[in-house]
Design a protein around this ligand. Structure first.
Ligand code: HEM
Length: 222
């Protein structure tokens, strides 16, 4: 079988979704770690942000890689979910006509949480990368990030988006291993626990920034 044919098969697509998901999990951990420097202080965060931008060509390559990874993940996942829905419709046609409904499984929530995350990311990238929404020209990264996070609309959308990142990962992490054929009675429960811990860690970590921003906006913190 040619590589193109193999990758367009259902198993090939599942493997591609799993590999891109692994890349996105890795990115999310690094991204959270970088942003946690917001709590260390102005100098630490500004140094991190300036280092990130010190090699614009390398940054552009990483950004294009990230864009391709997100795009592949989303497009193939939507295609797979459409195929699954069709198969499920056929499978449950008799059952649904008896019960009047189609069973809801955790995997049915993945497209829903994925769309919420995509909406959040469009706002997020338009604010931070393309600088479309806030007059932050000339600000240092530390001040600029808090300025955006203090905006109530951004803060609320970021909190919802971050919670859904955790929700998506809760089911998604163990799916990665299943799709890669790495499911086994002895280690699957451990992978599920790691997935849950990672989901909670990333969700709470990311939520904390806009939450802090809201508290600053309300004058509870300075
Ligand atoms: C909610 C708390 C978050 C904060 C405070 C935050 C902060 C930032 C900042 C400061 C940047 C600009 C980086 C730079 O070019 O200097 C950025 C870009 C980005 N963030 Fe976030 N982020 C958050 C959540 C997330 C989440 C949950 C994701 C997805 C998993 C994400 C994905 C991205 C992407 C794809 C970019 C564009 C990367 C680039 O242009 O180089 N962010 N974020």
């Amino acid at each position: 079988m040619s590589p193109i044919k193999a990758l367009s098969s259902k198993i090939g697509q599942k493997i591609l979704v799993a590999i891109t998901a692994l890349g996105l999990v890795f990115f999310s951990i690094i991204h959270l770690a970088g942003n946690l420097l917001l709590y260390v202080g102005k100098d630490a965060y500004n140094t991190y942000a300036h280092t990130l931008h010190s090699n614009p060509r390398l940054l552009l390559v990483v950004e294009i890689g990230l864009l391709i990874t997100f795009a592949l993940h989303i497009i193939i996942a939507i295609n797979l979910s459409r195929q699954n829905r069709q198969a499920r419709k056929n499978k449950y046609a008799v059952q649904a006509s008896k019960q009047g409904r189609t069973p809801i499984t955790p995997s049915l929530w993945m497209p829903f949480s994925g769309i919420i995350i995509l909406g959040f990311l469009l706002l997020h990238v338009s604010e931070f990368t393309f600088k479309l929404r806030h007059p932050t020209e000339g600000m240092e990264p530390f001040a600029r990030t808090w300025f955006i996070l203090k905006d109530p609309i951004s803060a609320i959308v970021y909190m919802i988006g971050s919670l859904f990142v955790g929700f998506h990962l809760w089911h998604g992490f163990q799916s990665i291993f299943q799709s890669l054929g790495l499911r086994h009675r002895s280690f699957t429960p451990i992978i599920e626990k790691i997935g849950m811990a990672l989901a909670v860690f990333l969700a709470l970590g990311f939520v904390s920034f806009p939450f802090w921003g809201l508290l600053k906006n309300l004058g509870v913190l300075n």
